[in-house]
Design a protein around this ligand. Structure first.
Ligand code: ZN
Length: 485
């Protein structure tokens, strides 16, 4: 089966960088791209015409929690724990998470993945579905929705333990527990490599830098080298973690990852903003600091700006990391799972951090969401439209209220396009979004199921909050209700 796409603009990859082809053509044969250029003379089985469309590589999202994120909507907004430097980790999110039940994870996973696809995001590094749904159901959902995804159970030998007041520390549960999880991850890799027609990419996930001991991090490194799969871990994600690492080891989270050897070209660091030199941690960098360590290691930092912007915080900065030589990708973390929105915020938070319009430039942000993510996953056949690359493609209509007038489609995409402008999405040669609608699931039923799950979860919060607070007490409504006295 061959598929041809004619677009007003095609983002072609010339072997070194993305280039804009005006009135370009892409031809797909099976699940790979066969041709990229100005024209095509041979026949194809099917043509998609996008005379006002931007045809671009499917975007790569290097950090998302699909199974749990929708519960955060309207809940973590304008809310956070002051004593945790505005983070909701370890407190409100814990209560919310404990209020979830089995079927909620399934409906939320489907919804999050559907959101990704509708924003032109074709590959995800998904963290949490395995933990909450188990391997079989996780693979079944990825197979059904048609996305490309890495998955792994979370590997850890520590848990966050709440002591007196806001004293959140690591409680070690024993290396054996961590190694058991690592065995589970290895089994998943061996059982499911090649599943979903190759769209499933089993990986190894360390949970967080402060929940994985040095011994466990070394074991994860050895196993990743043996199995040759991507690795990810949360590190530099909040002030509490940064301070705990200094307190426990006298090392920053990044220094510690470097000491254990886990830091390497195959590691994606989830968030990675809390580093030496960041204003919120006020810890001086030495000899280029964490940025120099990250750059030398070849590791990737997943910049996931929205959730931190909501807490009044930002990475310092997307462009500063790139200038230091760090590979930076982009992830959505939580709702909305809208990579176009996340790219815009990545651009603006970089400009805000640097007080500079040149920072977070559209070109750099687009590269991070495509080539940067592909590099983090060790894949030269993703994040680009070139002969031989996998056929993961998104088409964004430019003749919309967001798109016109268009001269530079990439600048318009970063600064103005929205998810509703994404008309076609193709993953592995299969059309999964057609004329703006998902082909793999009933959208209307999905929305109803998600609303019901959200209402049920919020109602259960007082059972799980450490102060027995209700949803409206934890996260007050923006305006008082009419019937209130
Ligand atoms: Zn995360």
């Amino acid at each position: 089966m061959s598929l041809g796409i004619r677009g007003r603009f095609v983002v072609g990859f010339d072997g070194v960088e993305h280039r804009i082809i005006r009135d370009g053509v892409i031809v797909v044969e099976g699940n790979r791209i066969k041709h990229v250029g100005k024209g095509y003379d041979d026949k194809v089985d099917r043509w998609i015409d996008a005379p006002t469309g931007l045809v671009m590589p499917g975007l790569i999202n290097t950090h998302i929690h699909a199974a749990t994120a929708p519960k955060d909507k309207g809940f973590i907004d304008d809310t956070g724990a002051r004593h945790f430097y505005m983070s909701s980790l370890g407190e409100n999110l814990t209560a919310l998470g404990q209020a979830m039940r089995g079927p909620d994870y399934e409906v939320f996973s489907k919804f999050s993945i559907a959101e990704c696809l509708k924003s032109g995001n074709t590959t995800i590094v998904e963290i949490g579905m395995m933990h909450n749904l188990g391997a079989e159901k996780t693979v079944e959902i990825i197979d059904q929705l048609g996305i490309r995804a890495t998955e792994s159970p979370n590997v850890a030998d520590g848990v966050w333990d709440r002591g007196q007041g806001a004293d959140l520390r690591t409680k070690w549960i024993g290396l054996e527990a961590g190694l058991k999880k690592l065995d589970e991850a290895e089994k998943f890799v061996k059982t499911y490599t090649g599943a979903c027609g190759g769209r499933l990419m089993p990986a190894i996930y360390g949970d967080t830098v402060d929940k994985c001991s040095a011994e466990l991090q070394k074991a994860i490194r050895a196993k990743a080298n043996e199995l040759k799969v991507p690795v990810t871990i949360h590190a530099g994600q909040w002030v509490v973690e940064f301070n705990n690492m200094i307190r426990m080891y006298r090392r920053t989270p990044i220094e510690f990852l470097s000491d254990t050897g886990l830091l390497g070209p195959d590691l994606i660091v989830g968030h990675g903003w809390a580093i030496a030199g960041h204003p919120l941690v006020s810890y001086p960098p030495v000899d280029g600091g964490d940025l120099a360590i990250l750059a030398k290691s070849g590791a990737t930092v997943s910049h996931d700006p929205l959730v931190f912007a909501k807490r009044g915080n930002k990475m310092h900065s997307h462009t500063a990391y790139l200038k230091a030589g760090v590979n930076v990708s982009i992830g959505t973390d939580t709702v909305p799972q809208d990579l176009l929105n996340e790219m815009r915020i990545a651009s603006y938070t970089s400009k805000l951090a640097d007080w500079d319009c040149h920072s977070g430039a559209s070109r750099d942000i687009f590269n991070s969401a495509t080539l940067g993510g592909a590099k983090g996953l060790g894949r030269k056949d993703l994040g680009r439209l070139a002969p031989g690359a996998l056929a993961d493609i998104a088409i964004v209509d430019m003749e919309t209220f967001n798109g016109v007038p268009y001269r530079d489609p990439i600048k318009n995409l970063i600064n103005s396009s929205q998810r509703a402008d994404v008309k076609w999405v193709i993953v592995d040669g299969e059309v999964v979004v057609e004329e703006g609608k998902l082909t793999t699931i009933n959208e209307r039923k999905l929305l109803k199921d998600v609303q019901k799950a959200g209402e049920d979860i919020w109602a259960r919060i007082p059972e799980h909050h450490y102060l027995k607070q209700t949803a409206d007490e934890v996260s007050p409504l923006a305006f008082r209700l009419w019937e209130e006295k």
